[in-house]
Ligand binder design. Structure first.
Ligand SMILES: *[C@@H]1O[C@H](CO)[C@@H](O)[C@H](O)[C@H]1NC(C)=O
Ligand SMILES: *[C@@H]1O[C@H](CO)[C@@H](O)[C@H](O)[C@H]1NC(C)=O
Ligand SMILES: *[C@@H]1O[C@H](CO)[C@@H](O)[C@H](O)[C@H]1NC(C)=O
Ligand SMILES: *[C@@H]1O[C@H](CO)[C@@H](O)[C@H](O)[C@H]1NC(C)=O
Ligand SMILES: *[C@@H]1O[C@H](CO)[C@@H](O)[C@H](O)[C@H]1NC(C)=O
Ligand SMILES: *[C@@H]1O[C@H](CO)[C@@H](O)[C@H](O)[C@H]1NC(C)=O
Length: 545
């Protein structure tokens, strides 16, 4: 028990030590300035001539800046690789929406030169442009129980456009419908039933043949067009309760040209339904094993792989929504709220609203959901290289805590907010880039990152007097000409080469001077012991203890 407590105590102390971020330089094997720089974020190199005493290891030149200065190294003699933050593209935020591409994120490109382990911080600003266009795709469940909803949606056009006009002059609406895969057990495949899958009680009603997903109307600013197209829609039907909603949303997300999503717009899919949804794996029930490939498979206006390809997984759908900046609004009946809330939890930038049984409240629902979606700004990253970490600190009125995202809540249109982004590379690496962006927004910041792990030491043109005129100085160290070795190139090796000179500092199979001294011209110069006397012996093998 005691031991356990002691262990805990040590652990806690260790933690504290780490948290204080003390600037230390733990040296490993260091023979050059480059080795030094690579050995830790706070290690720097003193290139001052004569900084090391005769026989002292050059590793002594490597330490923290404070230590080196304390030991007499001049400020200008300290080599510390440059780190830099350079905005490469920095178009200022747009004041309002103009017909060109408005800028909502600044800067757009930045290049960083960092040292491994040393965090670097910069700011990125975001402002939602007033009047930014909205594209809304109304995706409706046309299974039989949605009959009265369809009747209402046919009258919806005017109020829907009006609501969007309050947000922007540049609103467009599209329409699509879905039921489910037209195979058993989802749909009755009796020939007659396929053609007319509705309930039989009302014989005179108009019923459309069973279908999976049909795109009806591409994005249009025209209310009249919306009314005309939706007018021609009829209810359909299927057997089981869950629908093929995920199939429909996947196609609506990936078939951009078909749907008519604009590049610069807030993209919303409003899914209205009163039932749950099938997802990846459910296809097995019908013997459909081919996984969803997240591609567009529309011919005419119909999803043609409906009966061949499994439903997408929630993860696949979430990834495509993120990629295409689509924000879904699940407008579902009360009994389905919990189910879609769970789905929404797995899809960033999505909202759930409760639909009255006849969809009468849909316009208010969309308005509320849009406001919630657009007032919450979440920045995150894509393609982050291994060994790089990013931390966001939101600077706004209502920041929200989050581990690997930056979140500001209750942000209004035209309000400028920013995020302090801290990037840390953990190792030396080639030039790499990644992107940072607010979810659901097209604007991105491309971060190009490279590490600086080398010393730029100019090498003298001519032999230096410091190196006995037998070598050149680089980063304060002598680079000796052929035939000379030693700290100051003071050893002429004659017919011996450097290796045999070094070998004469080793006892049989031993290390050079037993690690207790330096090999100078083939002879060991021994270091001090901890007690202050010197090691001695040909190989420093003796001490007086
Ligand atoms: C280095 O030390 C040597 C002798 O120990 C001296 O001659 C030389 O001037 C010194 N060089 C510098 C740059 O201080
Ligand atoms: C590093 O910074 C120093 C001082 O700012 C500058 O003189 C030098 O040119 C920089 N080196 C590089 C490679 O950018
Ligand atoms: C980022 O912006 C905040 C607030 O404007 C400021 O306090 C901070 O110093 C900035 N950070 C950097 C790295 O520029
Ligand atoms: C929209 O963006 C895509 C991909 O970035 C690009 O290929 C296309 O030309 C853009 N369209 C317009 C109208 O800017
Ligand atoms: C955001 O605003 C709404 C009403 O305007 C308020 O109820 C909510 O608490 C606010 N959220 C935060 C995080 O302040
Ligand atoms: C030293 O190395 C030689 C050959 O490499 C080997 O035969 C000998 O046993 C070694 N001696 C010791 C003490 O390890």
């Amino acid at each position: 028990m005691d031991q356990f407590l002691l262990f805990l105590l040590l652990l806690l102390m260790g933690r504290n030590g780490l948290c204080q971020q003390e600037e230390v330089c733990t040296k490993s094997v260091i023979n050059s300035c480059d080795d030094c720089i690579k050995s830790g974020p706070y290690c720097v190199w003193c290139k001052q001539l004569n900084f090391t005493k005769a026989g002292e290891q050059e590793a002594a030149r490597c330490d923290t800046k404070a230590q080196l200065k304390a030991r007499g190294c001049g400020e200008e003699e300290i080599i510390s690789p440059n780190i830099s933050i350079k905005p490469e593209k920095n178009v200022p935020l747009s004041k309002s929406f103009n017909q060109q591409e408005p800028v909502q994120l600044s800067p757009q490109e930045i290049s960083l030169k960092v040292r491994p382990g040393l965090p670097i911080t910069f700011n990125v600003s975001f402002k939602r442009v007033e009047g930014y266009p909205v594209d809304l795709y109304y995706l409706m469940d046309l299974s039989y129980s949605m009959k009265d909803d369809l009747a209402n949606v046919k009258k919806l056009g005017e109020s829907l456009f009006q609501a969007l006009k309050e947000i922007t002059e540049h609103a467009q609406i599209g329409f699509g419908a879905f039921v489910d895969k037209t195979v058993l057990p989802y749909t009755n495949t009796n020939k007659e039933k396929l053609l007319k899958p509705c309930d039989e009680e009302e014989a005179d009603q108009q019923c459309q043949a069973a279908f999976g997903y049909r795109h009806v109307l591409s994005m249009t600013p025209s209310e009249k067009e919306f009314r005309n197209k939706v007018k021609d829609q009829y209810i359909s039907g299927n057997l089981d309760s869950p629908e093929g909603s995920l199939d429909a949303m996947m196609q609506a997300a990936v078939c951009g040209d078909k749907i008519g999503w604009r590049n610069s717009s807030t993209r919303l899919i409003v899914l209205t339904t009163d039932a749950g949804f099938h997802m990846a794996g459910d296809g097995k029930l019908a013997g459909i094993l081919e996984p969803n490939d997240e591609q567009c498979h529309m011919e005419g206006n119909l999803y043609i792989k409906s009966s061949e390809m499994d439903y997408p997984s929630v993860g696949q759908l979430a990834a495509q929504f993120k990629k295409h900046n689509i924000q879904p609004i699940f407008a579902v009946t009360k009994n389905m709220e919990a189910v879609y809330q769970q789905l929404s939890n797995m899809i960033p930038k999505s909202e759930v609203g409760v639909l009255t049984s006849d969809s009468g409240n849909i316009v208010q629902l969309i308005k509320d959901a849009y406001n919630r979606l657009s007032s919450k700004v979440t920045v995150t990253h894509d393609n982050l290289p291994d060994d790089v970490s990013v931390v966001y600190k939101p600077i706004c009125k209502h920041p929200q805590p989050s581990d690997n995202e930056g979140i500001c809540d209750n942000v209004s249109v035209g309000e400028e907010i920013s995020f302090e982004v801290t990037v840390t590379a953990r190792s030396c690496m080639e030039r790499k880039s990644f992107t940072i962006r607010p979810l659901g927004i097209k604007d991105t910041l491309t971060v190009t990152l490279s590490t600086n792990c080398e010393c730029e030491c100019e090498v003298d043109e001519t032999n230096h007097v410091h190196c006995r005129e037998k070598g050149r100085v680089s980063c304060g160290i002598c680079r000796c000409n052929d035939g000379y070795v030693g700290q100051f190139c003071e050893c002429a090796i004659g017919d011996k080469d450097e290796r045999s000179l070094r070998a004469s500092c080793q006892r049989q199979n031993g290390t050079e001077c037993e690690n207790r001294g330096d090999c100078v011209c083939g002879r060991c110069q021994c270091h001090r012991t901890e007690q202050g006397s010197y090691f001695h012996g040909d190989f420093c093998e003796c001490d007086d203890e």
